[in-house]
Design a protein around this ligand. Sequence first.
Ligand code: SF4
Length: 437
Amino acid sequence: MSNHSSLVGGSSAERFINCIGAAALGRSVPGSGTSPAALRGSALHYVMEELLKPDATIQPRDLIGDVVELDEKDAEGNAVKVELTEDLVLMTIKPAFDWFEQVLKPDEYWLEEKVEFKGAIAGAFGTADVLYIKGDTAGVVDWKFGENIMVSAEDNSQLRFYLAAAMQSEWFYDLTMGEGIRTLDAYIVQPAREYRTRKAEEAMSNIASHARYSYEELCHFHADLIFAKKLKDRGDRTLTCGKWCQFCPAKPVCPAWSQRGSEAIASLKKVPVESSIFKSGPKKGQVKVVTPAVQSKATLALEADDTIRKHYMEAVALTSWCEAIKKYVTERFSTGAPISGLKRVIHRESRSWIDEDQARNWARRRGLKSVDYNTKLKLISVSQMENLLGKGVIKEALVKKTPGGTTIVSDNDPRPSVDDVTSSASTNLSNILTKES
Ligand code: SF4
């Protein structure tokens, strides 16, 4: 049985509530496989579970050099292995373990506990890393082992999901609400970056982000899940952009983002003209259609900070959408399912001098002076030398060529495709989406 609910789980809860059409759109996007970071995360969750089992005798340091073998297979069909390096053990596993043992110190706890909803959203479930009771408090702990994005426990739908689902279990309800605990604690423990940047003792108390959720708040959250499910069941497919888009698999093909991008571009098409910017042409107050380069200059010069700030925030959001599209297209090519109308080609190779002194001597013999072929700091580049002396004259023995890797370009680019598979044989995603809708 899958570890992930096909209806909604902890990590998709925020998206489920806020973007009703996301799940349907996501189904039309081919899966991209599990990332190395996610595999590393799975291995570390397994290690934490083993270390914290009540009968465990092993200590984090004992694990240095061990290898965790996962159920996931690599491209050759071999089990994925994650080595527990000294860095990983001392900077990530040990801090999380120490925090649990020295800071949280729960009276009773349950590891990797499946928590599930009943009734209107039966089938929605997740796995809480730790549920615990400590004196007259109780809560949930979620390990996060990624280093790039720090996650806060506050206003966190994943933690709300685990706690609200745990409340559905009679045993947890009795131990908490039944004992008068009406507010639950939630922790995100994310040691890596914090531990690297601070002293160990100080870092220990800072690696966990903490929040509190009341029983009433969890009931509201449960109601939001039910309401979103009702809308989906009625065929609502409304797409709504927001912070929940961050890990949405449908983001690269999402029409809501496409529309947002189009609107952002359209809003820059006409810029009021100031005579100080345009020396000729339209007069102040007139509107002129301008090129993007002039637009950005004009926009920056003319608009108030408020507007520029809005443009900037929109640019940041749209940049992440653009990156998601590029990553998606690259993955489609690398998994053998290219996009029709695009192809992979070899980047232009970069050229550099094999031996700068030899190149200098050669340039001198060609009649150039030292100031011609040296910048203040070093010899000029191969291309700059070519500009001085003309194409095709530089001795091949002086130049090394480094391949530039591949890039994906339009089908009508003159460079040959590096793939055997022709783009015309590829899956046409727009066809899939049209059929789905
Ligand atoms: S990217 Fe955002 S708006 Fe688009 S489907 Fe996903 S969650 Fe919804």
